[in-house]
Design a protein around this ligand. Structure first.
Ligand SMILES: Nc1ncnc2c1ncn2[C@@H]1O[C@H](COP(=O)(O)OP(=O)(O)OP(=O)(O)O)[C@@H](O)[C@H]1O
Ligand SMILES: [Mg+2]
Length: 367
């Protein structure tokens, strides 16, 4: 049976062992139809292994994988409506762009006319019609990437697995190609699972992201959820920049927690999170853009002192590294809204400064 209600892909308690080494540990995920879903994590955390199990190149050691309501156990790769696009696009150098795309259809039962139409449609989709006759070495890296994508989509898979699809491209081209990839996905409606170790790429491309660490999924959510509400020190540190400090819950009143933060030499208000109890140790995490910096003492709830250790001036904004009384460092980001000389900057090297943050901006982590 296919097309059952419920998630398009369901990964239930999936583990993969290679000998005694567990590369993927008890992963549970659901992915909706038409989603761009990213698997994000450092090298060796199990991303490719998880993709290979979805494609059917590896069998899980434990757990089950459902695609479109069907249990995939024992289903070989060629019987799954899944296509995996490898990092090295593996285009045939002696074949034209057109023939490379058509190659993806060689096992399909299509008439010559159907095959030709499908290839034309794909060339149009990836905007390479005028390069149909060229060989892979006669087109750019980004165009080669699109040929590989067209070849993968020619078979009309329901699910496309992309392992580091943009890794071979330089930074500028990668950013451009990210948007192309998103637009092609939108036009085809095919579900994409994209593996990347680049957090910006995951945040740009994906509807939702799973952050992986040593075989496990640490958090799943939209880019905004993971950035603003990380569930652990690992995720907070992995996505974006953050300063972290040990703290202790002094008092809980309603949805506010009073936290003693020795590094800041005082007690501060923060939005409470579930699971907090008075006396509990927590980690307080602050994103640089949530920390206000000023040479004048602000009228704010959470104010503490520091001294500018150094700063990086980027033109439109600056990033300050500020030393706190006990020697810890905190990062603060300031937008340079006024035009002027260096002396007009928010603060300068060695300046004594006041820092502050909103209670809702502090991230309290218990894991
Ligand atoms: N066939 C195998 N036999 C033994 N160990 C394996 C095998 N395949 C993968 N591993 C190990 O499993 C772990 C996860 O590998 P995997 O290729 O899934 O990582 P990854 O997240 O894709 O990393 P990268 O970002 O470097 O590609 C690694 O430690 C790897 O050495
Ligand atoms: Mg990999």
């Amino acid at each position: 049976m296919t097309g059952e209600p419920g998630p398009f892909i369901r990964i239930e308690g999936v583990s993969k062992r290679f000998g005694t080494f567990e590369a993927v540990k008890d992963v549970n995920l659901t992915i909706d139809k038409g989603e761009i879903f990213a698997l994000l994590g450092g090298s060796g955390c199990g991303k490719t292994t998880l993709l290979r199990m979805l494609a059917g190149f590896e069998e899980p050691s434990a757990g089950r994988i459902f695609i479109d309501g069907q249990d995939m156990a024992g289903t070989p790769p060629w019987d799954r409506a899944v296509h995996m696009m490898f990092q090295s696009y593996a285009l045939f150098p002696h074949m034209s762009v057109e023939r490379n795309i058509a190659y993806g259809l060689k096992h399909e039962r299509l008439t010559t006319a159907q095959r030709r139409d499908r290839v034309r449609e794909m060339l149009d989709l990836v905007q390479l019609t005028q390069f149909a006759e060229r060989k892979p070495h006669q087109i750019s890296g980004g165009q080669r990437q699109r040929v590989a994508l067209a070849r993968a989509l020619a078979r009309q898979p329901k699910l496309l697995l992309l392992d580091e699809p943009l890794a071979a491209l330089d930074k500028k081209l990668r950013e451009h190609t990210q948007f192309e990839l998103m637009s092609i996905q939108q036009r085809t409606g095919v579900t994409f699972i994209v593996v990347t170790h680049d957090q910006e790429e995951a945040m740009t491309l994906a509807d939702r992201i799973a952050v992986m660490d040593r075989g496990t999924v640490r958090q799943v959510g939209s880019a905004g959820e993971i950035y603003e509400y990380p569930n652990s020190r690992f995720v907070a540190g992995f996505i974006g920049t953050v300063s972290t400090f040990p703290g202790r819950v002094v008092r809980l009143t309603g949805d506010l927690a009073e936290i003693d933060i020795p590094a800041m030499n005082g007690t501060f208000a923060a939005r409470a999170v579930p699971g907090l109890t008075e006396g509990r140790n927590v980690t307080v995490a602050l994103r640089p853009e949530k920390v206000q910096i000023s040479k004048i003492c602000p009228d704010a709830v959470n104010v503490f002192e520091g001294q500018v250790k150094d700063l990086a001036y980027f033109g439109k904004d600056s990033l300050y590294r500020v030393t706190l009384p006990a020697g810890d460092l905190i990062l603060a980001h300031a937008v340079n809204a006024r035009r002027g000389s260096d002396s007009d900057r928010t603060a300068d090297w060695d300046d004594k400064v006041w820092l502050s943050f909103e209670p809702a901006s502090a991230i309290l982590l218990t894991d």
